[in-house]
Design a protein around this ligand. Structure first.
Ligand code: SF4
Length: 224
């Protein structure tokens, strides 16, 4: 069990999965740059958050901005929304409510479903925290709600995602301990990155940053 002083910020795993250097710039070097994508994300989160709001709709209780943590994983953060669905077989007791209730997280994201697992990794960690806090069985699924498509993507919280999340967490902890910021590794993620200007030098080996990325991507494609 980790000491609370050693907890990492849960949401950091999406930065880390996107680009390890980006995570280090935010969480170790404490730089933060807002671009259109992060601003959109913030607005979507603000809409989801109403900290004192709990609503009951038939057999579903909706709770917003739930703080979550795990001593076993050493992380803390929050969930935008947790829906508790009535289920006497696999649910848990909730104070003030009769019967048993099974949690499903709804995490708000800007844009649309991504080719990488960044958002799914964050959802997985949130689910693992909730399981520990509620003492419930393994959550089979939860969902991501995308602002652009206005759709839910249901994610199977698989053993594979759980293992990946744990491995990434121990890598993050190691970087954090060593105050290690990885070097630039250009990828197509750079084009959407809020650190594009700060991270990439204006010119690399005599080439502009965008030319540098283009060449790095071409090299990746050629290497297959
Ligand atoms: S610009 Fe590219 S290498 Fe730099 S932090 Fe962003 S994604 Fe990572």
């Amino acid at each position: 069990m980790y000491d609370e002083d050693d907890y990492l910020l849960l949401s950091g795993i999406q930065h880390f999965a996107f680009c390890r250097r980006q995570w280090a710039l935010i969480h170790i070097e404490e730089l933060w740059v807002e671009n259109r994508l992060t601003a959109e994300g913030r607005v979507i989160h603000e809409k989801a958050h109403d900290p004192f709001f709990t609503e009951k709709r038939g057999d579903v209780i909706v709770s917003r901005e739930i703080a979550v943590h795990s001593g076993e994983l050493g992380v803390s953060g929050q969930c935008d929304i947790v829906e508790f669905h009535k289920n006497d077989d696999i649910g848990v007791n909730l104070r003030g409510h009769h019967g048993k209730w099974y949690p499903i997280i709804v995490e708000y994201k800007h844009g649309k479903s991504k080719y990488n697992d960044c958002d799914r990794m964050q959802l997985t960690l949130q689910a693992m925290c909730l399981e520990e806090m509620l003492g419930c069985k393994k959550m089979e699924k939860s969902c991501l709600y995308y602002g652009e498509t206005k759709r839910r993507e249901y994610v199977n919280i698989s053993d594979d995602l759980r293992e990946k999340a744990k491995t990434m967490l121990s890598e993050m902890r190691d970087y954090y301990k060593r105050r290690y910021t990885p070097k630039v590794k250009a990828s197509k993620s750079c084009m959407k990155c809020s650190f594009y200007e700060q991270c990439l030098p204006k010119s690399v080996n005599g080439k502009s940053a965008s030319e540098y990325i283009k060449n790095a991507l071409l090299e990746c494609v050629e290497k297959g």
